[in-house]
Design a protein around this ligand. Structure first.
Ligand SMILES: Cc1ncc(COP(=O)(O)O)c(C=O)c1O
Length: 466
């Protein structure tokens, strides 16, 4: 079967990303463009049109307008997802050999950037919810403890990274955390891949966007949390701490020389929705509708986790003794397709499309699941990752993944240094990073994770040859 023949396939109720919901919530100019003569919109950088790094042309003007509109100093559109722009942002914050402080739930793209550019990730532990199996978000007390610990370490930290919100929609009050890092003189990059639309500020109960919270560089995945086509993203620069020229050069290292005009136009349109009254009205409706869906599901006994992103519904399947993977397999034939199955939960992304009848469908699928699993006991608490409060890889990521390596059975990996990432996808959060030393306890935990994440964790691990 060809790829093309699969694309128009209707899979059921699509509660996964991209957020435009198979085109339903695309901005009107993109819908019109895609209806025009097939392929006419498929252009690379051309005179007059330009691209994210070209000083003149429609793209440069559009990026400037977007920056002004968002109160940012600069904006770069991206055509390689948040991945490409996060990597560019990191390259512009640290030189080879320097370190960057990041939470343990960092997306794999940033660890890859560390490996490419010889930047040391200094990874700090996050709170862990044992009943859900999720890591949470940091607060000021946690960051202060981390900073105290880091003061005792011999690392040259150049910047800090925060992830807000998480995939499951947990969010923290960013401003005080950004402040604490700024007091150290460190610029702050926020991976707001899942929270682009917070920047619209259409609703006072939405988390405050990193753009308003004082971060220096902010990355949005416009297809995950705005109405952009897949691969669209935006990088915003604020304040005086980061030199825009350095960011320009860094974006140039990772960006294709033929950025798709269609995707650039989709970046523009997705962001423009937040300033148009029709776009804002639609967004407010979706948020209110999402809150109402969650309210009615809870009233009907569906165990939804409390989070801060109304567009993410997280079902606590472990509360009735069912894994998120089992629940996903049960729901798919019933036409409910989720985004993120995990050991204890299943996350649905409502996105920006309308979902009529979802309360009824989800409630009845949930009741069927309960009937099918009568007698199952709620899961035992998950074991928290056995990671130190702050961890610097024993060997730089950059050296470790280029080192001569050998494959060993996972249960024999204690005493070795990993040469690779162990990273279920989604959510794309590494459990082990290249260069990390493994001990008996971490290996036991990994073996447990292997059982919890079916087919996602190999029984072999590439380790650095000793
Ligand atoms: C927290 C986080 N950041 C960044 C990314 C990368 O986003 P993109 O798919 O737009 O490259 C992801 C993808 O899952 C993510 O979860």
């Amino acid at each position: 079967m060809s790829i093309a023949s699969l694309l128009s396939f209707n899979r059921g109720r699509e509660l996964f990303l991209p957020a435009h919901g198979r085109g339903a919530a695309l901005p009107k100019e993109i819908k019109q463009l895609l209806k025009s003569r097939a392929g006419v919109w498929d252009l690379p950088e051309l005179p007059g049109l330009g691209g994210p790094l070209v000083a003149d042309g429609a793209v440069a003007e559009s990026q400037d307008r977007s920056a002004i509109c968002m109160g940012a100093k600069r904006c770069w559109y991206g055509v390689n997802g948040a991945t490409g722009l996060l990597q560019a942002a990191l390259f512009s914050l640290a030189r080879p050999g320097q370190a960057v402080l990041m939470p343990r739930n960092v997306h794999r793209s940033l660890i890859q950037a560390c490996a490419i550019a010889d930047i040391k990730p200094v990874l700090f532990r996050l709170p862990f919810s044992a009943d859900l199996g999720h890591v949470g978000t940091p607060n000021s007390d946690l960051i202060k403890e981390v900073l105290d610990e880091v003061s005792l370490m011999e690392v040259d930290i150049a910047a800090a990274v925060l992830i807000n919100p998480t995939y499951q929609g947990y969010s923290t009050d960013l401003a005080p955390l950004v402040d604490l890092f700024h007091q150290r003189g460190w610029p702050v990059l926020v991976d707001e891949a899942h929270g682009s639309y917070f920047a619209s500020e259409v609703d006072k109960d939405l988390p405050v966007s990193a753009i308003s919270a004082g971060a220096d560089l902010i990355v949005h995945s416009l297809h995950k949390s705005a109405a952009g086509l897949v691969q669209t993203a935006a990088l915003w620069l604020k304040g005086e701490q980061v030199d825009p020229l350095t960011v320009d050069r860094s974006v140039g290292w990772v960006q294709t020389s033929s950025p798709s005009a269609l995707l650039l136009s989709s970046c523009e349109a997705a962001i423009r929705e937040w300033s148009r009254s029709s776009g804002r009205k639609k967004l407010i409706e979706r948020i209110e509708n999402a809150r109402s869906i969650a309210f009615h599901l809870r009233e009907r006994g569906v165990p939804l986790v409390t989070n801060q992103d109304p567009l993410r519904l997280v079902l606590h399947t472990g509360s009735v003794g069912v894994s998120g993977f089992e629940a996903d397999c049960f729901f798919i034939p019933r036409g409910l397709i989720a985004e993120l199955p995990e050991p204890g939960c299943l996350t649905f992304c409502l996105g920006l499309a309308r979902h009529r009848g979802l309360i009824k469908d989800l409630t009845s699928a949930w009741e069927d699941l309960l009937a099918n699993n009568q007698g199952s006991e709620p899961f035992e608490p998950f074991r928290s990752p056995p990671v130190p409060k702050v961890m610097v890889p024993a060997i730089g990521c950059s050296v470790a993944w280029r080192s001569k390596s050998q494959s060993v059975p996972l249960d024999e990996a204690a005493g070795h240094v990993s040469a690779e990432m162990v990273c279920p996808y989604p959510p794309g959060i590494p459990m082990v990073v290249p260069g990390e030393a493994l001990n008996q306890i971490s290996v036991e935990w990994l073996l447990e994770q292997k059982l919890l994440w079916p087919d996602q964790i190999s029984s072999e691990l590439r380790v650095v040859c000793q």
